[in-house]
Write a protein that binds this ligand. Structure first.
Ligand code: S3P
Length: 428
């Protein structure tokens, strides 16, 4: 198990471009593979999760040329061009791969089994099994919930689905299956989750329509391949933004970050807490808004976070909790029970590990309450093999007195393989 020691730093300075967005990278491989023709991808994220998606489609018979430095050519074979994998498809730690891929495989005329690592095997799949079954899919798992899942491809029919969880993975699974169902599938969700699937389908002139809170997708149509360049990952940016806000005399520019409104909750909340973040050079890239972020050290105030904001910050909560430990006053996070079924239980684990560092933080069933303004103290903390826990605790270590040891950091590769090097180049 790889551990790292982190010491308090004085400041962070400079300019950085971050690797491509993980969510969009997954979708580029998936839609590129089932589109007709060649998709040239730029700025593909080289993280382990996205590699798992790439490898899954290689197993399903798609040729993907890796030109290195985030450049790929996907030789898409059309909606029905995948071929049966010769073995079980192992998607590692990647929930996005498992859930979205299931939607695509449900409509094929062959069978597949998808599994994952020990952590993914603990994550709920009933949320996709139920709607896919409603569409006529033959899909099973040993306990009707956890991986491995076996899918016997079927002819699908459209449904009108109201998703009980605000989850882009569930939504995207149903939309992708909808491409294979004859007729019009509709979907609504309790609060809007990230909409990268919808945007990419639109960019590819796909059969998608959005009316208010409802999304409609029409089946039996081909998608035409189109070059895709992926914006920088705002979830990775969050670690740099918060480091900069918390260390005095700091200023950074993060170039080319995706600022899709379904993902910018972290900027909105930090600004409400008093953060100095300026958004410059806004432009569009393949259907996604992108900008540079200029961040300066700031004094933060506590705030309340809940409701429809939660899906917009779902991956940033561990590092937002670190920011809240340094804010003046109390920060309360509610309605975030989904955090319990992420790569690890991110409510219990954030509370236990930040407590070890001296934070005043209390666990709630659906969130946490943090009383800020307390200096953190270096300690030995665990990532629980969860990449976002490991990176959030690293940021905690950068602002804590003394040395912090973070146990089990190899998991950082899940979303951001060069995180430590990128950070070390900028901190002093
Ligand atoms: C993702 C959606 C989110 C997020 C995950 C990536 C996606 O999960 O936590 O890291 O790419 O669709 P849920 O939609 O299940 O909340």
């Amino acid at each position: 198990m790889k551990n790292i020691g982190v010491e308090r730093k004085k400041r962070i300075k400079g300019e950085i471009s971050l690797p491509g967005d993980k969510s969009i990278s997954h979708r580029a491989i998936m839609l590129g593979s089932i589109a007709q023709g060649k998709t040239r991808v730029k700025e593909f994220s080289d993280c382990a999760d996205c590699r798992n998606t790439l490898n899954a489609f290689l197993k399903l018979g798609i040729e993907i040329e890796d030109h290195s430095q985030g450049e790929l050519t996907i030789h898409g074979q059309g909606l029905k061009g995948l071929t049966s994998a010769k073995e079980i498809i192992d998607v590692g730690n990647s929930g996005t791969t498992m859930r979205l891929l299931s939607g695509i495989l449900a409509g094929q005329d062959f069978s597949s089994t998808i599994t994952g690592d020990e952590y993914l095997q603990r994550r709920p799949m009933k949320r996709i099994i139920l709607p896919l079954r409603e569409m006529g899919a033959k899909i099973s798992s040993p306990d009707d919930n956890h991986p491995p899942i076996t899918i016997v491809g079927q002819k699908l029919h459209p449904i009108d689905y109201h998703s009980p969880v605000a989850s882009a993975q569930v939504k995207s699974c149903v939309l992708l299956a909808g491409l294979y169902a004859k007729g019009r599938t509709s979907l609504t969700e309790s609060s809007p989750s990230r909409d990268h699937t919808e945007r990419m389908l639109k960019y590819l002139n796909g059969p998608i329509e959005i009316k208010g809170t409802a999304i409609f997708i029409e089946g039996v149509s081909e998608l035409e391949a189109r070059a895709i360049t992926i914006p920088g990952d705002i979830s990775s940016a969050a670690f740099f933004i918060i480091t900069c806000l918390l260390l005095k005399n700091s200023e950074i520019r993060i170039k080319g970050v995706g600022i899709n409104p379904t993902r910018t909750g972290v900027i909105d909340i930090l600004k409400k807490m008093g953060a100095d973040i300026v958004i410059e050079d806004v432009h569009e890239l393949c259907g996604e808004p992108v900008a540079d972020l200029i961040v300066k050290s700031s004094n933060l105030r506590g705030t309340n976070i809940g409701g429809a904001l939660i899906p917009r910050i779902i991956d940033e909560i561990p590092v937002l909790a670190v920011a809240a430990t340094q804010a003046e006053g109390v920060t309360e996070i509610s309605n975030a029970q989904e955090l319990r079924v992420k790569e690890s239980d991110r409510i219990g684990n954030v509370v236990s590990e930040l407590s070890k560092m001296g934070a005043s933080i209390k666990e709630k069933e659906d969130g946490m309450v943090i009383s800020g303004g307390k200096r953190l103290a270096g300690s030995s903390v665990n990532s629980f093999s969860d990449h976002r826990m490991a990176m959030a605790l690293t940021i905690g270590g950068l602002i804590a007195d003394g040395e912090t040891t973070i146990n089990d950091v190899a998991c950082i590769d899940t979303s951001f393989p060069h995180f430590m090097d990128a950070l070390n180049r900028m901190v002093e």
